[in-house]
Design a protein around this ligand. Structure first.
Ligand code: CP
Ligand code: NVA
Length: 302
């Protein structure tokens, strides 16, 4: 593994190893206090962030490394100088680059022109660091994910794509339930279905919320992702029956609720579910750091 642009860069063995290492680092952080000693990591963000920025910064610090945050004051990547020049210059000083970009193509271009590992911290197509934290959280709660049935409901987006790929690699059953016109990207669906077939998983897509029945977990995300300026009023009616509320949790008979955050309270999920005993959202947020630390230790040890 040279970079992490999408979870599809990982074999099943690599993904299982990363999740196990994340659990080890989480349970014994003192043993990893010098794991990134002398390493500097640049974090490049074209879009806002709370969890990703803070979990990388504090996580790198806990591993004895140093990180540098470059915000949107530098403008969109590729404007002042090309993405390729950006990557080749950063590689002169940094040991890794963490980047959140509008376009997935920008992340690919950074990786093509970087001599050091590039980690996707969210693009329009994937959010693999979120996917790792979600799989870690699911493993902690459910154990062997090849026996798990998970449902994602709402907008088919970057978070959905990473969950689809990750669940497929671990052989889980995943149901993705979206309003018509808001399904995940067709190419990513084909990739995830191929991986599910290879690893004994299953991926079902439907617009019918009854497809949730029997899911152990219901996952949702915002109906409008960063970079999409669709007014909520234009889609609210179409998404209304996909809101995660008490009725939907009961319909599925689900044990757990998940959301990558930030959540829009009263929109894709009600307060009662988000703040209730079934909610794993703060476990997911905490696990961002442990999963990313396992990733950094693995990429920078090579
Ligand atoms: N879940 C997540 O990536 O949150 P941020 O956008 O706050 O980083
Ligand atoms: N799908 C959301 C995830 C935010 C963490 C977005 O891209 O805005």
């Amino acid at each position: 593994m040279q970079h992490l642009l999408s979870l599809q860069d990982l074999t099943q063995a690599q993904l299982v190893h990363l999740l196990a290492l994340a659990q080890t680092i989480k349970s014994d952080p003192r043993a990893y206090r010098q794991a990134l000693a002398g390493k500097s990591i640049v974090m490049l963000f074209e879009k806002p962030s709370l969890r990703t920025r803070v979990s990388f910064d504090i996580g790198i610090n806990k591993l004895g490394g140093h990180c540098l945050y470059l915000d949107q004051q530098n403008g969109q990547l590729g404007q002042r100088e090309s993405v390729a020049d950006f990557a080749s210059n950063l590689s002169c000083w940094a040991d890794a680059i963490v980047a959140r970009t509008f376009s997935h193509q920008t992340i690919e271009e950074l990786a093509e022109n970087s001599k050091v590992p590039v980690i996707n911290a969210l693009s329009d197509l994937y959010h693999p660091c979120q996917g790792l934290a979600d799989l870690l959280t699911l493993t902690e709660q459910l154990g062997d994910l090849s026996q798990a049935t998970i449902a994602y409901v709402g907008d088919g987006n970057n978070v959905t794509h990473s969950l689809m790929i990750g669940a497929a690699i671990l052989g889980a059953k995943l149901r993705v339930i979206c309003p018509p016109g808001h399904f995940p990207d067709g190419q990513v669906v084909l990739k995830a279905q191929a991986l599910a077939a290879q690893y004994g998983g299953e991926l079902i897509l439907s617009s019918d919320v009854n497809a949730l029945v029997g899911s152990q977990v219901i996952y949702t995300d915002t109906w409008i992702s960063m970079g999409d300026d669709t007014p909520l009023a234009n889609i609210e009616a179409k998404f209304g029956s996909y809101q995660v509320n008490k009725a939907l949790m009961s319909l599925a008979d689900a044990q757990y609720f998940m959301h990558c955050l930030p959540a829009h309270r009263g929109v894709e999920v009600t307060d009662e579910i988000l703040d209730g005993p079934q909610s794993l959202v703060l476990h997911q947020a905490e696990n961002r750091m442990h999963a990313q630390n396992a990733l950094l230790v693995t990429l920078l040890a090579q």
